[in-house]
Design a protein around this ligand. Structure first.
Ligand SMILES: *Cc1c(COP(=O)(O)O)cnc(C)c1O
Length: 383
């Protein structure tokens, strides 16, 4: 049996995506046209947030998020070591310090208890905010983090880049979609092709606060507003009130995003079917990410833990299965190692990193391909 190479993640583009992009190319606006607000409205509705602001990538969205929340040079935030570097970098862009709290060894998410320990080890006011990450698509219980944040007077940015379509049920029985900004102040999503919704590059910031919404929308476009376009000025009049950026998404990308978003419900369902098949095959043999009850995992990734991780990685490659490692702990990256803010014990993250590997997970992975992956993983682990 001859198999095509199998990546760990893959975008799904069909004719409807292509048509949507082409129609923008034939219309009046390539950027700053009607597709952006259409995408923003559809996205806000999907996750259940009042406002959504489209940006050119999630890194930019995180950057605007920390500025809008007032993070300043020398102040401090807490995030998880098991995430992409951008979750931490956003604080560094404004000169703030990034401290890490350890993960839970079963869910691989930022641990509530470890975060509390770190907060309690310092005087109140030492930290300004928390950036929890819905790692692999598994929702952080934001209700619990909100209680903790309120105790210590912190803001929360939910890095929901892995989790459009994921949700948990809170203690009142309400369904809380990842990034709905109900308990968190701000949610951030990515539309990099390896994530659920592919725009080439792209991102979305969500919030329920009108104040944050206005601030982020203004910072996205150079800090410029036309709000005071009063009679005593003219139609051309605008004010630049703050030093902002050009962090806009284009109409071309937004048109693609609108079509991709529509397919996300089916995509996440398919991802969960794939996850169920992996779990069935690996039961009592191989460790995988624990799913707390009341949680629905959006499954950006399917992570397993094995003894000989490097061996499995190489063995799968010889079979043209391109598994990936998520992530090298952020505090172990040379840039962060050199700064070295963290005092906390991060041994769960380091142990996790020695064992983790992300198996192929994307909606178009077919059964034959998945069976091939399962066969190879089991053959290696049992040998
Ligand atoms: C991909 C990713 C980002 C950055 O997204 P971009 O759109 O590539 O800037 C941030 N955080 C996490 C957890 C991610 O996976």
């Amino acid at each position: 049996m001859k198999m095509k190479p199998i990546p760990y993640g893959r975008q799904y583009i069909d004719d409807s995506d292509i048509e949507a992009v082409v129609s923008v190319l034939k219309a009046d606006y390539l950027t700053q046209g009607p597709k952006i607000s259409e995408f923003e409205e559809a996205f806000a509705k999907y996750v259940g947030a009042r406002y959504a602001i489209a940006v050119n990538n999630a890194t930019a969205g995180l950057h605007l998020g920390v500025i809008a929340l007032g993070l300043k040079k020398g102040e401090r935030i807490i995030t998880s070591p098991i995430t992409f570097a951008a979750s931490a970098n956003c604080a560094r862009y404004v000169g703030a310090e990034v401290w890490f709290a350890d993960i839970d060894p079963n869910t691989y998410l930022l641990s509530l208890e470890k975060t509390r320990e770190l907060l309690e080890s310092k005087p109140k006011g030492f930290f300004k905010g928390i950036i929890p990450v819905d790692f692999a698509g598994l929702p952080v219980n934001m209700e619990e983090f909100r209680k903790l944040a309120d105790e210590f007077n912190l803001w929360i940015i939910e890095d929901a880049c892995h989790a459009p379509g994921g949700y948990f049920t809170d203690s009142s029985g309400n369904k809380q979609m990842c990034g709905n900004a109900h308990y968190a102040d701000i949610g951030v999503f990515s539309f990099h092709p390896v994530k659920h919704i592919a725009c080439g590059e792209g991102g979305m910031v969500t919030t329920n606060s009108e104040k944050l919404f206005k601030k982020i929308a203004m910072l996205r476009t150079h800090g410029i507003t036309k709000e005071n376009m009063a009679q005593n000025h003219g139609g051309w009049y605008y004010e630049m009130r703050e030093l902002g950026f050009n962090y806009r998404l284009t109409d071309i990308q937004s048109a693609l995003g609108i079509v991709q978003l529509k397919k996300n419900v089916a995509g996440v369902k398919k991802r969960n079917e794939i996850a169920s098949r992996y779990k069935e095959a690996f039961k009592n043999k191989i460790n995988y990410q624990f799913l707390p009850k009341n949680s629905y995992n959006a499954h950006h990734l399917f992570v397993v833990e094995v003894e000989n991780r490097a061996g499995l990685y190489e063995y799968l490659r010889t079979n043209k299965i391109y598994a990936q490692i998520h992530y090298i702990p952020v505090h172990k990256l040379p840039y962060y190692e050199k700064i070295g803010y963290s005092e906390a014990d991060l041994s769960n993250s380091e142990k996790y990193y020695d064992r983790c590997i992300s198996l192929p997970m994307y909606p178009t992975l077919n059964q034959e391909e998945q069976d091939f992956v399962i066969e190879k993983v089991c053959a290696f682990v049992e040998s």
